[in-house]
Design a binder for this molecule. Sequence first.
Ligand SMILES: Cc1cc2nc3c(=O)[nH]c(=O)nc-3n(C[C@H](O)[C@H](O)[C@H](O)COP(=O)(O)O)c2cc1C
Length: 179
Amino acid sequence: MNMMQVIRTRKTCREFTDEPVTKDQIRTILEAANAAPIGMHDYEAIEISVITDRSKIDRIDALAGPNAGRMGTGPTYKAPVLILLSGEESGIERGTAYCNAAGIIENMALAATDLGLGSGYILGVVKALQSHPELFAELGVDDGYVPVSAMTLGHAADVTLLTAEREPTISNFVTHFVE
Ligand SMILES: Cc1cc2nc3c(=O)[nH]c(=O)nc-3n(C[C@H](O)[C@H](O)[C@H](O)COP(=O)(O)O)c2cc1C
């Protein structure tokens, strides 16, 4: 796929198979993360936890509750991998933590699409996690960092999700041409 095909094919995946994601695939996803833009070249602003422990993902899911997911499964949709991004506390108020995370997640989602893997931007777990700092250490969140965004990763139950390109459009967003 060329770049525009990858962009058109990326879609949020909300149903995954149990097939595990390989270490090589995770490495490629992390390479994409590490190539993302980051405010002020400050790579310390974000830390990444790659969570593959089923019990931990299920626990996060239970904390957020079924209403945070669209299919009654909880917001992680039983994905085999949850990649949690945590931002330095100082970047929360300024918003940079969330902006950094968004760029990183989009890079990872595009790489996942190119690998034929499903992914999804999941903000639905963040509020619940932020109110449970006692869990931070076991989720790989260091002192001084707070979870700000997450991405699910796995094999899509419906493979057509990752083969069908969306119709090109420039009208989803209201756009003003100021000429
Ligand atoms: C900041 C942000 C937060 C999101 N949080 C969730 C979420 O918690 N749960 C979910 O199912 N989808 C979530 N999404 C995915 C959007 O619902 C999805 O991107 C949108 O409906 C467009 O669909 P597409 O990704 O298939 O193009 C989020 C997307 C963004 C950008």
